[in-house]
Design a protein around this ligand. Structure first.
Ligand SMILES: NC(=O)C1=CN([C@@H]2O[C@H](COP(=O)(O)OP(=O)(O)OC[C@H]3O[C@@H](n4cnc5c(N)ncnc54)[C@H](OP(=O)(O)O)[C@@H]3O)[C@@H](O)[C@H]2O)C=CC1
Ligand SMILES: O=C1O[C@H](COP(=O)(O)O)[C@@H](O)[C@H](O)[C@H]1O
Length: 480
């Protein structure tokens, strides 16, 4: 851990991410007294603003995106006092001297690049030229960090030329989500789970990230990305790594990331037939008719908006345990969850007495609800002559009830605070991101070789029927 930052420079400060997530998160941290009192935020983009007009813009963003119950004009006014603005084209060295002057003789500085990755290299070169790199500066980068291993390495090389790895903070906003961190607590703050956390007791794992939204106007980005690169390469592989990793010796950046990268490097190269891809057609989501992807885009497309796959972690702990991953847009519900399915009982003493015991299941719901549920078998109350009746009961760790007084935070609050305080534990290290890309590149190469193209699915369905067949031919089913 390094010293707390005294200045945060926010590139892309006029963009969508800044308005919806970053400024509201910084406001939330300010309101809760978590920002260093002296922290100044220097915002920058090409749009012409002075400090006053940018503060007015930020004020509008807060009013639009901070929940009413948490928005407070006094706190907002005090927060806006921290902001200043420098107009600058990231590709043009001319503006950077003004940026350096606005920052002044700073102590620790944190820089957040909320801009397109094509701007990363020129930005970094220009920052370096005016002394805004080096030992007192740390750099956070938004996704996408490349579109394949080679482009990711090029970004990482450009970053490494000015910022050492321990000062590079690659964002995966899923790592800022409360229940994702709670997964670490569940696994490593309890004795109960570790002895059964392996192929000896676990039959399979499912990770689902289903979205109801469609293209959302991100045409250029999504057409170059698709579901595999947009969601599996980063968020879903991080979730998989947290489920599958060995217990780290400490909750610190090196120990946690060392364990995650071992999992990512143990992923077995996948065959095309272990994957299903789809693209949504017209349909209805939440009772509302929605157009097909190609119609939203305005032209035909070969990109996948859905992917389901069966992955394997080739190590001793997980031998023979499939990890089924599925994500897609325009599915029936917004739901992110991890389901750990335990094995059948080796022998049920109740079987001959008319009762069936279903295998235990642990459901880690990340959103929209945040809770962890352990499904157990219990006796159904009553006098069952000559037998016993069993029923499935749920042991709930209801985050919402147990911590009703704790505000649910935007994932970026955790990440921005860690950036400002210099703790990289919840950020993605270079070797992780490159291991992720290497595996994803292998899948795309397998698709190309097999000539795989997306199957159609109706918006509002759970994807192509082949995705159901993918798991059902193994005698299992998706947890819908
Ligand atoms: N929005 C989201 O929910 C998410 C976004 N991301 C990623 O975060 C990054 C930012 O996304 P988002 O905010 O949506 O994008 P926007 O297009 O809304 O904003 C881009 C920002 O970059 C600025 N910018 C563009 N070109 C230049 C330039 N040459 N010099 C200086 N500033 C420039 C823009 O301001 P101006 O035009 O005034 O220069 C604007 O502030 C992207 O890489 C995106 O993929 C990742 C996850 C989610
Ligand atoms: O990174 C991305 O994530 C969002 C989903 O994030 P969530 O926090 O709402 O689950 C996804 O919609 C987007 O396509 C992707 O780029």
């Amino acid at each position: 851990m390094t010293d707390k930052a005294t200045t945060l420079i926010l590139f892309g400060a006029t963009g969508d991410l800044a308005a919806r997530m970053l400024l509201p998160s910084l406001y939330g941290l300010h309101r809760d007294g978590l920002l260093p009192p002296a922290l100044r935020i220097v915002a920058t983009a090409r749009s012409a603003h002075d400090d006053a007009s940018f503060r007015a813009h930020a004020h509008e963003a807060l009013k639009a995106h901070v929940p009413d119950s948490f928005f407070d004009e006094d706190a907002s006014a005090a927060f806006l006092e921290r902001l200043s603005y420098v107009t600058l084209d990231a590709t043009d060295g001319a503006g950077y001297q003004r940026l350096a002057e606005a920052v002044g003789p700073s102590g620790e500085t944190a820089i957040f690049l909320s801009t397109a990755p094509s701007l990363f290299k020129p930005t970094i070169d220009n920052l370096k030229a005016v002394g805004l790199a080096g030992g007192h500066v740390r750099l956070a980068l938004e996704k996408p960090l490349g579109t394949d291993l080679a482009s990711s390495q090029a970004i990482n090389d450009a970053v490494a030329a000015a910022f050492p790895e321990e000062r590079t903070f690659r964002i995966d906003h899923y790592l800022g989500k409360e229940t994702v961190q709670n997964l670490l607590a569940l696994r490593f703050a309890n004795l109960l789970f570790e002895p059964v956390w392996s192929s000896n007791h676990i039959d399979h794992v499912q990770i689902t990230v289903s979205e109801t939204v469609g293209l959302e106007g991100r045409d250029d980005y999504y057409e170059k990305s698709g579901a595999l690169r947009d969601m599996v390469q980063n968020h879903m592989l991080q979730l998989l790594a947290l489920v599958a990793m060995e217990p780290p010796s400490h909750f610190d950046a090196t120990a946690v990331r060392d364990e995650k990268v071992k999992v990512l490097r143990s992923l077995r190269p996948i065959r095309a037939e272990e994957t299903v891809i789809g693209q949504y057609g017209a349909g209805a989501v939440g009772g509302q008719p929605v157009p097909a992807y190609a119609e939203e885009l305005g032209r035909p497309s070969g990109i996948e908006t859905f992917v389901a796959l069966k992955a394997h972690v080739d190590n001793w702990r997980w031998a023979g345990v499939p990890f089924y991953l599925r994500t897609g847009k325009r599915l029936p519900a917004r739901r992110t969850e991890i389901a750990i399915q335990f094995r059948d009982l080796p022998h049920s003493m109740f079987a001959g007495r008319g009762a069936n015991a279903a295998p235990n299941r642990l459901i880690i719901a990340i959103q929209p609800e945040e809770n962890i549920t352990l499904e157990l078998m219990a006796k159904q109350p009553g006098l069952d002559r000559g037998g016993i009746r069993l029923r499935r009961v749920e042991l709930d760790i209801e985050q919402a009830d147990a911590f009703a007084d704790v505000r649910r935070r935007i994932a970026y609050e955790r990440l921005l605070l860690d950036l400002i305080e210099g703790d990289p534990t919840l950020f993605v290290r270079r070797d992780e991101v490159e291991a992720q890309w290497q595996w994803i590149d292998g899948i795309r190469a397998a698709w190309d070789q097999a000539g795989l193209t997306p199957r159609g699915y109706g918006a509002g369905s759970w994807g192509p029927s082949a995705a159901i067949a993918l798991i059902e031919r193994d005698g299992r089913s998706w947890n819908d």
